[in-house]
Design a binder for this molecule. Structure first.
Ligand code: NAD
Length: 335
């Protein structure tokens, strides 16, 4: 099988590339990535040594480039991770989110229609469901929860989901969608909560926590997300949406305190800052369907996973130092 993985130089996409190379040595992986500020070619250094793997630099919103890619590679499967993914950036500059997340998705879907495909998988997010109240722990997002978005990021992701479903219904494109909770793991860009806090804590800097820090996220280790997508792509029912989560709800302040504890640092490093505009209070996923239909279960408990991830950032300082210094952009420019 030949699989195009878009956005494979980013956090989850790169972890998925390594998961596929490990678990499916019979398959060919073509990573298609624009190498925006969030992409890092160095993350794929090991993958590029494999004869199973090819890297192609390109934009999913560039119709001619996507058409040429499909004509040349004739993929069986497309897994779309490529996206603008940072909520704060979407509040500052919404337009690029519409361009990549909506137009880019529609261009990929057009190529799937034109060239034929066995499966198009859209990597979506639990943020399309909006948020839940803090005082109703009994409420969880199911696949039937109405879409109800809060930020330009989540609106663009919800729009893409609707387009994917429309292409399935109107043109018969064989699609699946996964909606996952917050991920943590290796290779996450240092603007996101966990790497940001780990790096600042290690450097002895202040850790900026939005608002009162009580916003709750449902954390899943990135390897568990990758195994879920793999199961959906290979065995999931055509046309289906699957929620992916691990029942690991934690408030942001609890996550920050855990990081400080693992690193042996004190809570005087925490500082509270003005809340994000429209900040969602709580996300919580009900993953019953993927467990029932595909037998998927998360393998990593948050307390174990967070210790391993803190250790990863401690042991891979050059990976994130090259990002903070901007050196990674020079390598990207040569890719
Ligand atoms: P990321 O920002 O780390 O990586 C995005 C990747 O996409 C980068 O390599 C970037 O270069 C590439 N890209 C951006 N625009 C592109 C374009 N126009 N054409 C081609 N490539 C482009 O993102 P991530 O955290 O790995 O998230 C991957 C996907 O998973 C996204 O679709 C996101 O919405 C979804 N998701 C993320 C989380 C999370 O916790 N990070 C949770 C659920 C769902």
């Amino acid at each position: 099988m030949k699989m195009i993985v878009t956005g494979g130089a980013g956090f989850i996409g790169a972890n998925f590339v390594y998961y596929e190379l490990r678990e499916h040595p019979e398959d060919q992986i073509v990573c298609y990535d624009a190498l925006t500020y969030a992409g890092n070619i160095a993350t794929l250094a090991e993958a590029r040594k494999s004869s199973q793997f090819t890297f192609v630099r390109g934009d999913i919103a560039d119709r001619a480039a996507v058409d040429a890619l499909f004509a040349r590679e004739k993929p069986d499967v497309v897994v779309n991770f490529a996206a603008e993914s940072h909520v704060d950036r979407s509040i500052e500059t919404p337009e690029i989110f519409l361009q990549t997340n909506i137009i880019g998705t529609s261009i990929l879907l057009d190529a799937c229609r034109k060239y034929g495909i066995k499966r198009y998988h859209q990597v979506s997010t639990d943020e399309v469901y909006g948020d839940l109240p803090l005082d109703r722990p009994d409420l969880l997002f199911t696949e039937e929860t109405p879409l109800h978005t809060s930020s330009p990021y989540s609106s663009s992701k919800a729009s893409a989901d609707l387009l994917v479903q429309a292409y399935a219904r109107t043109y018969g494109v064989p699609v699946t969608i996964s909606r996952c909770s917050n991920n943590y793991g290796a290779f996450q860009f240092p603007e996101k909560l966990i790497p940001l806090m780990v790096i600042r804590a290690m450097k002895g800097e202040q850790l900026p926590v939005y608002g009162d820090g009580k916003n709750v996220r449902d954390w899943l280790h990135v390897d568990d997300h990758c195994s879920a997508i793999d199961a959906i792509v290979r065995r999931g029912a055509e046309g289906s949406v699957y929620n992916v989560g691990g029942h690991n709800e934690r408030s942001n302040i609890d996550v920050v305190r855990t990081i400080l504890r693992v690193l042996g640092r004190g809570e005087e490093q925490i500082s509270y800052v003005t809340d994000r505009k429209g900040h969602d209070r709580r996300y919580a996923i009900d993953p019953t369907k993927i467990g029932r239909e595909l037998g998927w279960q998360p393998q990593t408990k948050f307390d174990d996973g967070i210790e391993a991830v803190v250790a990863w950032y401690r042991d891979h300082t050059s990976w994130w130092e090259d990002i903070l210094s901007g050196v990674y952009e020079k390598r990207n420019a040569e890719a």
